[in-house]
Write a protein that binds this ligand. Sequence first.
Ligand SMILES: Nc1ncnc2c1ncn2[C@@H]1O[C@H](COP(=O)(O)OP(=O)(O)OP(=O)(O)O)[C@@H](O)[C@H]1O
Length: 511
Amino acid sequence: MFRGRRRSRVGALEEAPPENPKAAAEPERVLLRGIFEIGRESCDVALGERALRWRRIQPELPAGGTRRDLLGKEESLELEDIFSVKLKRRCWAKHPGRDTLLGITLFICLKEQRNKLKDSTLDLINFSEDHCDIWFRQFKKILEGFTSRPKALKILLNPQSHRKESVQVYYEKVEPLLKLAGIETDVTITEYEGHALSLLDECELRGFDGVVCVGGDGSASEAARALLLRAQKNAGVEMDCIPTLVGAELPLGLIPAGSTNALAHSLFGTPHVVTATMHIILGHIRSVDVCTFSSAGKLLRFGFSAMFGFGGRTLALAEKYRWMCPSQRRDFAVIKALAKLKPEDCKISFLLAGCSQNKQERKSQRSPESDCGGHWQTIQGQFLNISIMAIPCPCSVAPRGFAPDTRLHNGSMALRIVRNTTRSEFVKHLKRYSSVKNQFNFPFVETYTIEEVKIHPKSNSNGCSPQEEGGNHTTASEHGFPWNVDGDLMEAASEVHIRLTISKMDGLPSS
Ligand SMILES: Nc1ncnc2c1ncn2[C@@H]1O[C@H](COP(=O)(O)OP(=O)(O)OP(=O)(O)O)[C@@H](O)[C@H]1O
């Protein structure tokens, strides 16, 4: 029957509670009915509008019985879980071209534990060409009816991600499934940092239903940024007029092949390659909150998460030691940043979620500043770290996420402020990220759910300018304070204003 164990999407109907009572009450129209062998058992199979259902036909007992007694427990498969159909044939080595029809194979998606999806097959065995042809054509028609599923994808593959295994991951695990689903692909292997950005700025994307990025957070963030910039350009939106920005024209799919994969993990609930591929094949699209980072009214970039203070300094240090391997570099930078731990003297102004004026109203007024209405709060002081997350960002060092309570598309961001404290208390707080305990349950940590925030760094606590901070790391030192935006280094000399916008990505269904 199914290769591998049967999972939750296929089950005995009697045990499954109706998901939609109205739909359950309406009798489902049967499109086809016939006999197939499934898992070596002869079955009465009915193809409905929503599901394929079958019951094993029990051998008739000598004592007789009702027709219902002769049928086993009903099993079913939702049609939306089918992603391909093929005629199953046996080829004869001695007589090439004279193969024998065995039946139909359905390629299906099964739900596993912990948000994982996997591909599997269901064989419907029947040797009749006519019988199988009718069923095969009906399955094809059903698949064509799933119009939200992609037919052609532009693939961007970063060969340098993690341990340089993304090319292998794509060609061994992803491409075979895309091919099976009949999706055409056009693959570009990126050659340098920023290649995805320039490519998506100018390449022809007509005819593609989406862009898929195979790589880590850096690659994913670059591709998302590129699609958003392209959308502004095509819509003729002035880039610095942030309230009028538009969403991406094409959805972005992510195949996690990097070292942290927090973006893909936030989207799919797991950094599992086959799960990500199945979501893309099945056309699961949902909106994701993205932030704009601007300074003095000028758009600096788009991003999903940011850290200022310890998080920014650690990344700036890690960039200095690029010759080390990624994990070594990261650990070394954390230790070095901890050894040099110092607070940032900042003014933080933020707008709590739900306190803003009507967004449409703000848009129509084209107000560059949205702090009218008096809902902004300001705190000032010395802070070790400030993080702003529009998505949960789970990863190996923070399995629950850096912002576990944030949702992908809830119109708000999590603001976490770590006030100045002793190094040992700060280390305790950092260690909490890897445990299930509440990492924010410290007197020096404050958490807010916000819509916008402005971070205005003053001079450093010891009076040093950022130039002196960066040492011989020229990029960090010449342009200002280091920020960690989705794992990329961003430098800003003055106040940074962060607010939400919306993007579309391939991901979990929105229910
Ligand atoms: N051919 C290439 N050579 C060098 N860098 C590249 C190349 N192609 C893309 N890049 C850049 O590599 C950066 C990091 O890649 P990516 O995020 O995919 O991997 P990672 O750093 O291992 O993963 P993570 O960000 O999840 O930790 C990206 O910002 C991207 O712009």
